[in-house]
Each structure stands twice: as structure tokens, then as C-alpha cells.
Design a protein around this ligand. Sequence first.
Ligand code: SF4
Ligand code: SF4
Length: 408
Amino acid sequence: MAALICEVVYRGIFQKNLAARIVRGIVLSARKSDRWGIAFGRYGDSPQRNGIPAKDFAIVADSKEELEQNMARYEPKHVDVTICVDDTLSKGVESWAWYGLQPINRLTVPNGTVLMTSLQSFDQLLEDIHKKDAPYKLSLIRAKASFSGLWVYKEDHTEVRILGALAKIAPSFLKLAGVCEAIAEMEWGSDLKVASARKSYDRLETREVKLTEGNTEIPYSFEMPKWWEMREGVTIPAIPIGKPKEGGQGYVPERNPYFKKFTTRTMRPVIDFDTCVKCNLCWISCPDSCFDVMPDATFDANMEACCGCGVCEAVCPVENCITMVNESVFEDNASQWEMWRKDKAAYKTWLITKIGDKKATARSHGFRFRGQYEEELKRDLDVGGVEIAAGIPGENAQHKTAGESEGA
Ligand code: SF4
Ligand code: SF4
């Protein structure tokens, strides 16, 4: 008797439907492979929030009895495969319902697999993925993070690519033929999606990760309140008033001291303080009160509070003053304003490097038009969506298109 336990770590709201389709696909593929399966979610219920990590689980078992035994647990404490469909989650996972930062590989069993969609190299990813006390495998499907699933599901084949890869990782539970049969049934006989799954099966890149490899940072944690410290009834204290920044000037709003949003964003704002016209729009519009008002009346986005929604970039009236940049190119959460104050010339160089990186500033939100996937197949881009940044209303992003050369 044996079981295959998978978790899908996804960005709340943006990847909700994508994750649901992956776990549903696992269960259907299991049935087509003469196995039993079940899927369920955790932390994805209200208050699911934009970008905040959530999880779905899928369990595949040899027999109904084995499946029931696994279902008796509230949620799996260990998983054979951790599936991650946004590689910026390699920095860790911090859900509204967890307590501090979880390394992405925390639940992965020794010699288990972390399966990721990414265009980064193994070594680049291992700079972010925390060290684990056991060896495991890192498997990559070459693709961008897919943000195709808000309330509707815009197609980009990520879910079938994951299923094809799983057939390679766990062939005794999910047979490639079973996966293909399930996809054909789910997708009304789409040969194209079956071809995608097969391609992912063939092209999956896997590398062993040794005990010594990975990010040595100690993940952020805090002491949970004891039950005897809880107050009677349900009371939620109001957020206290903030404080001046320094010398009685500026303003730092009070924030949740426990819920840091280090890992909730795929992109973060990079601010050009030299061109800021101090219009306040970013400060007013930010849904998470991220901006500190600095003593010179510019605004610094606090990286412990920013969830990476991109609203500030959309409202900023100055070209290139706020630019959203992929989280993977940053090593820390330090204040940009302090860096700028210390050395303005060095900051300018840093800023130009960050916002000039077309791969880090372009984004894909899934396929935009019928036939896009066929077009990509023809060009053999295999990167999970061509750039669509130019022309998105309000994204201030005309200059961000990666252009034809990428991935070609
Ligand atoms: S991206 Fe901008 S608006 Fe959104 S949370 Fe971060 S600072 Fe606030
Ligand atoms: S919206 Fe742009 S210009 Fe206005 S205060 Fe914010 S950073 Fe400065």
C-alpha cells in the first residue's frame, strides 16, 4: 500500500483556479491510472487575498483504504511533491493562516520533489530556496509564473504541463497515458493540451539538491500567544496611530507586527525618488498602507508591508517613477529611500539596472488571444506566455515589453 501526496502552493486569487485545476487533474489522472485520488484546499477560503500564498492538496493512493487513511488527517504534514507555480515563492511562504515564514520545501519528504515553473537556473533558485535537513529533488518546467486564473480561467497550459511532469516524477501513481486520457476528457479532446503534457514530460529538468545547498537564512518566526494569554470574547484592537519618521517629520503608519509580507509578492515597486513630484497618489492608493512618508515628503514603500499589487505603479503620474520589478532579482527587503539618501548616484545606477531588466519587468497574465499557444509552439518558445505588458490600460508599461528576442 502506498500513497502519493502533493501540495500545490499558489498565489491567492491570482492562481486560485489554476491550482484547483491542477489538483482536479491529478485526481482524474489517478483514476485513469487505476489509482484512487482526492483533492482539497487549505487557507484558500476567506480571507483569500491577492498574492497571499495558499495551498491545495491532492492525494493519490493504491487503494480506497489507503486513501481514507490519509484523508483522516486534517492536512498532510509531509508531501511527496511540492508544486509551486510562481518561482518567487522559492523565497518562502507566508500565508495569513501560518505563523511566520515557511520554506517552500518545508513539507517535502526526504528525497521528495519540489516541482516549479521557472525560467531561472537551478543555482539561482537555490540562492532563495532555504536549506533543508534532507536531500530532495528540484524539478523545473520552463515557464513563467502563470497568473491566468482570477475568477475566470484564461488558458496557458500550465496545469497540463504540471500533470505531464508529475507522470515523470511519480510514474507508479500517474501514468503518462492516464494523464493524457484525463486531459483529453477534461478538455473535450484537446490534442494540443495532450501535446503540452507530453512535451513537459519529455523536457522536465531535474537535479538533486544536497543537504549543503540552499539559502542559509533563518526563516522569520514569532512566538504564538499562549491560550491563557487570549482575551475573553472576540476583540480586534484598532491599529494605533503611526509616528513621525525622524526629527518630528515624515510619518510611519503602524502595521501588523507579525504578518510580514516578504513572500506575498511576485513583483515589488522600485521608486525613483529624484523624479517623484510628491503628489501623494501612491500613498493614498496603496491598499496595504505600505508607504512611509519620508522627511523630504517623498514616499518609501516598506517591503515588510508591500504585497506587490502594482496599484502604486498604475496611479503614479510620472513616467518610470514607480516600476514593478520581479521579486526574484532582489536579495533583501531594505529601504530604498535609505539607500538613495546614502548615495544618490549609486542608487540611480541600482535603479536603472533593476528597471532596465526587461525580463524582470515584463509580465505574463496568460494567453491573450485565441491561437497564441499555437503561435508559441511554432516558435518553440515554451516559456508559458509571450509578453503582454504593452498596452494594458493603467499599467504605465509601454516601455516594458521584452520584445521578440526573448526565448527565441
Ligand atoms: S505594490 Fe505598491 S500599492 Fe501595492 S502593496 Fe506594494 S506599495 Fe502598496
Ligand atoms: S505617485 Fe509617484 S510621483 Fe506621486 S508621490 Fe508617489 S512616487 Fe511620487
